[in-house]
Design a protein around this ligand. Structure first.
Ligand SMILES: [Zn+2]
Length: 531
């Protein structure tokens, strides 16, 4: 007889986003990953247990005795409540069963969701705040103004810090070129390690503040705009419920394989998008031009200067696609293949029918893919707001594409100087990165080709055309008439002339496809930043 214990928290959540500074967000995220991927594993092993899942905010382990399982549970709760008292998490009771599958069915018996996981979702959230109210004897942390400052803990400018802010500041300093312990790296540390390996510049820093992603030479600091990318895997929960039906050792290797796949794909993407000459020089020091905020399980959140974002989307999609081909997936784990998922889903469906349980799930899989979004904004935009908008755009991308492939959605937020055309104009998005959406949209990659084709158009011309689209209330005929009056419209091969003839830019009735032009011009403007 075995004893099972499960735990979960959501990867990006209030805990990570409680404070807008980059070092705090990235530092707390690193602390979370370290607890989840390394420390919980160790606690489990110290009590003779076996880890089944540890990563991406999830943890499940098996123990030989109830006593050991309870001890481990107590230590995990202690670890979290001392390290990150504000973390909202759910921990299951210790469940006695012959197998994990049985532990799953035992509690609530709802297929295909194992009960032990179901219990977590139902469970009241444990919130462990200090409940610090106004107390004149306490000095409050000068960074978060939430927890009491502790003696001897200082930040820059001698600010007094609480334990959490202090730890986050320490954890932000991921030592990328000589990691402390090669065998105990979090996913994030491993990705940094892979990224810096081929670089010849030594002493690289990871940005702790948004402006550290931009060059600086004495008084001269060239601060541009940033892009924040967010993505996660489509239909992850549906797949997890099928993976958990396997034998225990296969469950562990499925999750390890998936983690490996993501680490490989992200590392290769970063190597191709940020080569050695993109390293940022700041007063003689060298910084990598991006910061990973979350990289664990299937979640990815990364910040970079906006000029890299389009290449990033294209490269990340291609690296994922390369690895999720049915043949290639077999090198990772058979349970990641579409064939296995469909077969297993069919079995689960039959079992449910046999037991007269409601079958409401869709049992068709298009393979592993992500839903993603990016936001372009100033370095001063509050991160909580960026994150909320990113989530909204991402779920729209997933919904519109029915989670059938890598998808992307985005928003370029306006600055004081320029107004955002996005709120006024209808554009063609979200998009699939690789394919057309039911033949109705172009793919993101097709847009990239068109950007190259029409990118020679001057920035002021692009701006002028967009203003005309607004002025004409998106009327295609009026725009066409106006475009024909431009001097270059009669120049053979000029971008404007080619645009008027391009089938890709027309709708079914042969008129100019205005939402498509709006999207193209938005992307061309973004692309011009990298030139
Ligand atoms: Zn604090």
């Amino acid at each position: 007889m075995s004893y099972y214990l499960s735990f979960q928290y959501s990867a990006i959540q209030k805990t990570v986003l409680r404070h807008d500074r980059l070092w705090s967000i990235a530092g707390i995220s690193q602390i979370l990953s370290y607890m989840n991927e390394i420390e919980m594993r160790k606690i489990t092993e110290d009590h003779g247990g076996t880890v089944i899942i540890a990563g991406g905010g999830k943890y499940t382990a098996r123990f030989d005795s109830e006593e050991n399982a309870e001890k481990a549970k107590k230590e995990i709760i202690e670890l979290i409540s001392t390290r990150l008292p504000m973390l909202e998490f759910q921990i299951s009771s210790v469940v006695q069963a012959n197998s994990f599958k049985e532990a799953g069915e035992k509690k609530l018996g709802e297929n295909p969701y194992p009960g032990i996981i179901h219990e977590l979702n139902e469970k009241k959230r444990c919130f462990r705040g200090y409940g610090v109210t106004f107390n004149p004897h306490f000095a409050v942390c000068e960074e978060c103004e939430e927890y009491p400052a502790e003696k001897g803990l200082y930040g820059p400018e001698n600010k007094r810090l609480c334990r959490i802010c202090y730890d986050a500041r320490e954890a932000r300093k991921i030592s990328i070129q000589n990691p402390k312990d090669e065998n105990n790296l979090t996913s994030m540390e491993e990705i940094y390690k892979n990224y810096v390996k081929p670089l010849s510049i030594r002493g690289l820093h990871i940005p702790s503040l948004m402006n550290e992603m931009f060059p600086k030479d004495g008084e001269k600091e060239e601060i541009g705009r940033i892009a924040v990318w967010m993505s996660d895997m489509n239909r992850m929960n549906d797949m997890i419920s099928l993976w958990l039906r396997q034998e225990e050792k296969e469950i562990l290797s499925t999750f390890d394989s998936l983690k490996r796949l993501f680490i490989d794909a992200i590392s290769e993407t970063l190597k191709s998008v940020f080569p050695e000459d993109s390293i940022v020089k700041r007063d003689g020091e060298f910084f990598i031009p991006f910061r990973l905020i979350v990289a664990g399980g299937d979640d990815l959140c990364i910040v970079m200067p906006d000029k890299y974002i389009l290449d990033f989307v294209k490269a990340y999609s291609s690296e994922i696609k390369k690895r999720t081909d049915e043949q290639k997936l077999k090198e990772y784990h058979f349970a990641l293949t579409r064939a296995w998922l469909e077969e297993e889903a069919e079995k689960a469906k039959k079992e449910a029918e046999k037991e007269n349980k409601p079958v409401k799930k869709e049992y068709h899989y298009s393979g592993i893919s992500f839903g993603g979004s990016f936001i372009v904004t100033s370095i001063h935009a509050p991160f909580t707001r960026i994150h909320a908008l990113g989530e909204e755009l991402m779920s729209e991308a997933k919904k519109v594409t029915e989670r059938k492939g890598n998808s992307v959605n985005w928003r370029v937020l306006s600055t004081d100087e320029e107004s955002s055309s996005d709120e006024i104009l209808r554009a063609e998005k979200p998009l699939f990165v690789e394919e057309s959406l039911h033949g109705k949209t172009l793919s993101f990659n097709k847009y990239m080709e068109l950007c190259d084709e029409y990118g020679t158009m001057s920035g002021s011309r692009v701006h002028q055309i967009v203003n005309k689209i607004i002025e004409f209330h998106q009327d295609p005929e009026k725009l066409k008439t106006w475009l024909l009056t431009l001097p270059e419209a009669s120049n053979t091969g000029s971008p404007v002339q080619r645009m008027l003839l391009d089938e890709n830019l027309k709708d079914q009735d042969g008129r100019l496809n205005i939402p498509r032009l709006v999207t193209l011009f938005e992307l061309i403007s973004l692309k011009k930043r990298s030139e």
